[in-house]
Design a protein around this ligand. Structure first.
Ligand SMILES: C[S@@+](CC[C@H](N)C(=O)[O-])C[C@H]1O[C@@H](n2cnc3c(N)ncnc32)[C@H](O)[C@@H]1O
Ligand SMILES: [Zn+2]
Length: 533
């Protein structure tokens, strides 16, 4: 089910083992920090009833769309209509003179042999300009490793103005830089050279084009030629009709402060090439105006939201999904063909929906919390603050809690991009997280978590169980949790350690961390009278 990525998502296996071990047929399971909704899928598979919750509207959207069965023939009909529409329409993509183009034309090029080819992706490199030597002394004096590397890079800059691609070539010829990892080079450029104004980013340059399939002449790629360059230039000056939507939001909270994890950009549209911005916008608009049910529309919007990252400048060559937890444009990125991405994501969705059908189509009965409690529904979706759940006392059999971890992953901030494409608002204020820009320190975080756990304990049946997943963090982290459990009189019944099956990108560079999670299962005591905490 690699249909959509969600930061820090848990594998189906782990969740399904927990459900098997700690609940039985017909039990009611709650996941108050539900993320992309793995618990819903696994619970329904095993014929449990389930209440999903996540305050993040993007997580909520993903979870609901991922787990709901759909009318497949309606879905296919709508998709075919959409593709028909976007491949035959000539869109008024305005330049100085009005011009009408098909989307295929936007992603087409001419091969060396003269044949027309469809573009799979184009590689781009940032363009830098060198500034005066003024600050060189400052860097030299500091003598930290990153500064030393930056200083060396500055010494071998290929020219006054150059692309990252050209810089890489100089680096590879330099004995002292050759072995430095690319991400360290990037940090030296951003955190030292650009920060100290020795370099600045002045643009970006298309370098190479890769076709969707091999040309008759045998080629699968070519360097960007003058004709391509002119076309891209024209597109970059183009504008869309006024009624076409794309997000231009600033990367800021309601309090006016810039996001915590952000590097070299300030608005969402800066994350896209003009071409991809135009195509995503058209896709979005065409899906919105389809004549079909809301569920089908949402399923197609789900596909769209799941390709946003891969369509953006954050997509690095030879790299997978969003593994650097912040907003930035890397020094070299690839611009993928949005239509091709969308089609292939749709095929994955269809395959997945066929599986869902077989797993629990007839058991899936959507309702509200009350319906689930009365057994007239098997699943309910909530989008509430976990500190305040609209669920009665003593009614849940089993709770699975995967809490947000301090400041490591900024779930709401990272969801902002896709949420804005879906025109959803992110309620930052109530997010449980450590984030200095939002004015949330560790103490705030712990107070919010305590309130949430108090809520979980309240809704749990006496003798009901709750499993809490904890990353291997510092000692303090575990101690704080133990304190919460003690105050709430939750009795530990088991502790296990589960290794990550996949490499977790967020932790890859941090050797101090454990390569897995702790699972602590606790039981609510019957005489549990909640204390004020
Ligand atoms: C560790 S993630 C859960 C990931 C999930 N287990 C999965 O597999 O996708 C924590 C979740 O808590 C959510 N969250 C943060 N603050 C919240 C709050 N106050 N109420 C409810 N959910 C919140 C985040 O949106 C995020 O999805
Ligand atoms: Zn050719």
């Amino acid at each position: 089910m690699n249909l959509i990525r969600f930061w820090g998502s848990k594998s189906n296996n782990i969740i399904s083992n927990l459900i098997k071990e700690y609940s039985k047929d017909g039990d009611i399971i709650l996941d108050p920090f539900g993320g992309r909704g793995v618990t819903v899928i696994e619970a329904l598979k095993m014929r449990r009833r389930v209440i999903y919750n996540d305050l993040n509207p993007y997580a909520f959207f993903i979870a609901k769309n991922l787990s709901s069965p759909l009318n497949l023939s309606e879905l296919e009909k709508a998709f075919n209509l959409l593709i028909e529409k976007i491949s035959t329409t000539r869109y008024p993509i305005k330049n100085s003179k009005q011009k009408f183009v098909t989307l295929d034309q936007l992603y087409s090029t001419r091969c060396k042999c003269g044949a027309e080819r469809k573009i799979r992706y184009t590689t781009w490199s940032l363009l830098y300009k060198r500034n005066s030597m003024e600050h060189k002394k400052y860097i030299q004096n500091k003598g930290r490793r990153l500064e030393e590397i930056a200083f060396r890079i500055y010494d071998i800059l290929p020219s006054e103005e150059f692309s990252y691609h050209e810089l890489r070539r100089s680096i590879e010829q330099d004995p002292s830089l050759r072995k430095v990892k690319p991400n360290v080079i990037t940090r030296a450029i951003n955190e030292v050279l650009i920060k100290n104004k020795l370099l600045k980013v002045v643009g970006e340059q298309p370098l190479e084009i890769i076709y969707t399939s091999r040309c008759k002449c045998g080629l699968i790629r070519k360097d960007v030629e003058r004709e391509d360059f002119l076309k891209l230039k024209e597109i970059s000056n183009a504008s869309l009709p006024a009624n076409y939507y794309y997000p231009i939001d600033e990367l800021k909270y309601d309090n006016g402060k810039y996001f915590y994890k952000r590097r070299n950009i300030s608005t969402l549209d800066q994350l896209f090439t003009k071409r991809n911005l135009i195509v995503l916008s058209i896709l979005q608009n065409e899906i919105q105006s389809l004549h079909c049910s809301d569920e089908i529309k949402d399923a197609l919007l789900f596909c769209l939201s799941s390709i946003i990252f891969a369509s953006s400048k954050m997509q690095r060559p030879r790299a997978g999904a969003w593994s650097v937890g912040c907003y930035w444009v890397p020094p070299s990125f690839i611009e993928r063909n949005v239509i091709e991405l969308f089609k292939s994501r749709y095929r994955k969705l269809l395959k997945w929906k066929k599986i869902v059908k077989g797993l629990y189509e007839n058991y899936f009965l959507l309702g509200n919390v009350e319906d689930v409690l009365k057994k007239s529904a098997s699943v309910a979706f909530l989008k509430m603050d976990a500190q305040n759940l609209p669920i009665p006392n003593d009614c849940i059999d089993y709770i699975i809690v995967d809490p947000p971890q301090m400041d490591e992953i900024q779930y709401f901030e990272l969801s902002f991009l896709a949420a804005k494409w879906l025109k959803l608002d992110i309620p930052f204020e109530k997010e449980i997280v450590v984030n200095p820009r939002q004015g949330k320190d560790k103490e705030t975080y712990w107070n919010m978590l305590k309130a949430a756990f108090q809520e979980f304990t309240r809704v749990l049946k006496p003798r009901g169980r709750i499993t809490v997943m904890l990353h291997g963090e510092e000692e303090e982290y575990f101690r704080k949790f133990r304190e919460i459990f003690e105050t709430l009189k939750l009795k530990t019944i088991s502790t296990t350690f589960e290794k990550y099956r996949f490499k977790n990108n967020f932790h890859r560079n941090d050797r101090k961390r454990l390569n897995g999670d702790y699972y602590i299962t606790l039981e609510k005591q019957p005489s549990n009278r909640l204390q004020q905490i």
